[in-house]
Design a protein around this ligand. Structure first.
Ligand code: NAD
Length: 484
């Protein structure tokens, strides 16, 4: 691909500033963008091109992974930006946007390849997609693609309705639903780890694995997002999308062909084998919590209910732990535990695979210190893989766990948005959420939403700065395990 136009709706917003501009810039520095391209920023405010470029420059100085050593490169880059003021609900206004895009394509000899990135509130997804079609922006000689961010619906029904509406303007193959967890380099690396290493590949099943634990914990509280978060909770904000995507990525099996459709098919199989919860089982397998006051980094922090914008009686979950069963021949009998929450002790996303120990019974008493073999995939904030093995300490002859570690150097690791934008620009949707996955995830989550709504699952309080409520620890203790 030699050329394209990147139409960014929500160009003056927070996501554009923190993620999209720096990602585009880093791709540009690494010569991964097409030779000829323009970015047309769309927003409600009245701005000149110069003003937009100045905002982009500020964003690069603050958020870019690569430092701006070469100012001429930065200048070249920001010259690619233009602004078009448009209220996205005003159908007439899209004509002006179309003329702008067409004129620019002519002036810069850019083919009609158009990427539409909707970095705006989800209530605008539908109206923008519709107007892209109506105005003719979507009728191109080249390709057109749509990138959208979560949330994708609020429940199964609203997600289906949204999808139905988007599909009037874009084919499924043209829709790139960002789940930024899928853009994290170590999540993308899961595929290589399990598929390219026969050692791991042969152990990746219920004969050798005792359980799988996926944790995504945050230190921050609800911050300024109470308006959205209090209606969503951890179940919608994290479990329906990111956590289930991590379950799929960890448990899928080697497709016959390692291709977009092969991988998608395997992910779909996982979701179809995920044991459905019902009225009676939600409370057995799902723990919900909400943070109370506590101390983090020696600083007192208030409870969720005391946060600005949150009602004093809010029943919203800020923590979820759950036990999942994948009923297929590979994973039968292996519990997958997930947990995610705000205001926890540390910021960490990781996957731990705990292996079985079939030799345990033949050990002598001195070998009782033997620990399980653990494979840990660190996703965030540090990227790496480590394998815990048992070994005798050569100095005192005692058995002790040792770690074989790989950690990536922080500065060299691309941001999730960089990898995802690159893939979308080149038409590779492997690491985006396909509609089938989104729909099956909502289906799985639906009985939990219902149980929460009807208050059939206790809402446990946990201290800010802890690793969640006791009930989350009991969930594993019941099975003879503990969180690693
Ligand atoms: P924001 O409120 O900072 O920005 C919204 C943008 O939409 C602004 O550029 C504004 O001008 C534009 N806008 C609003 N109403 C408009 C209208 N009628 N016509 C034209 N433009 C209009 O929001 P954000 O934080 O950048 O988030 C954008 C999207 O990304 C949301 O869907 C959000 O849920 C999602 N998201 C954001 C983050 C993040 O880190 N900020 C993370 C994940 C997902």
């Amino acid at each position: 691909m030699d050329s394209m136009t990147f139409v960014l709706f929500g160009a003056t917003g927070d996501l554009a500033k923190r993620k999209i501009y720096p990602a585009l810039f880093n791709l540009y520095l690494n010569q991964k963008l097409p030779k000829s391209f323009s970015v047309i920023g769309v927003g409600r405010e009245q701005l000149s091109d110069v003003e937009l470029r100045s905002r982009v420059t500020d964003s690069l100085y603050t958020f870019s992974r690569h430092l701006i050593n070469d100012k001429s490169k930065k200048e070249e880059f920001i010259k690619k930006f233009q602004y078009c003021q448009l209220d996205v609900t005003n159908t007439e206004g899209y004509k002006k946007l179309l003329e702008h895009v067409q004129q620019n394509e002519k002036d810069h000899n850019i083919a009609e390849n158009r990427m539409f990135y909707l970095s705006v509130a989800p209530e605008f997804f539908e109206v923008i997609a519709l107007n892209i079609k109506k105005s003719g922006l979507g009728s191109t000689d080249g390709w057109k693609r749509l990138i959208i961010e979560k949330p994708f619906g609020h429940d199964l029904k609203s997600a289906q309705e949204l999808n139905e509406k988007l599909s009037k303007s874009f084919e499924e193959e043209e829709i790139y639903r960002i789940d930024h967890y899928l853009g994290k380099p170590m999540v993308q690396n899961l595929e290589a780890l399990t598929f390219a290493n026969p050692v791991l590949q042969s152990l990746w099943n219920n004969r050798f694995i005792a359980n799988v634990q996926i944790t995504a914990s945050e230190i921050v509280g609800v911050e300024e997002r109470a308006g959205y978060y209090d209606k969503a909770g951890a179940i919608r904000d994290m479990v329906q999308n990111h956590m289930l995507q991590l379950v799929m990525m960890t448990s899928m099996h080697l497709p016959k062909q390692i291709s977009e459709s092969g991988i998608r098919n395997e992910k779909r199989k996982v979701m179809k084998s995920l044991r459905t919860l019902n009225r009676d089982t939600v409370g057995v397998h799902v723990v919900r919590g909400q943070y109370g006051p506590g101390e983090i980094n020696e600083k007192f922090v208030p409870s969720y209910r005391e946060e600005p914008g949150v009602e004093a009686s809010s029943q919203t979950d800020t923590f979820i732990a759950a036990r999942l069963w994948i009923d297929n021949s590979f994973w039968d009998g292996v519990p997958f535990y997930i947990r995610t929450g705000k205001r926890m002790m540390e910021k960490e996303t990781k996957i731990v695979i705990e292996f079985k120990n079939p030799l345990k019974d033949s050990y002598t008493s001195e070998m009782e210190k033997v620990k399980p073999n653990l494979l840990t995939i660190n996703i965030n904030p540090n990227e790496g893989v480590s394998l815990q093995l048992n070994s005798k300490n050569p100095t005192n002859g005692e058995m002790e766990p040792i770690k074989v570690d790989f950690a990536a150097s922080k500065q060299d690791v691309p941001e999730a948005y960089e990898l995802l934008l690159f893939d979308a620009l080149y038409g590779d949707s492997t690491f985006f959420a396909h509609w089938d996955e989104v729909e099956l995830s909502w289906r799985w989550v639906e009985p939990i939403l219902e149980a929460f709504k009807e208050n059939r699952v206790p809402l446990h309080s946990y201290s800010a700065g802890s690793m969640g409520p006791d009930a989350a620890h009991q969930l594993l203790e019941e099975d003879g395990f503990k969180w690693w």
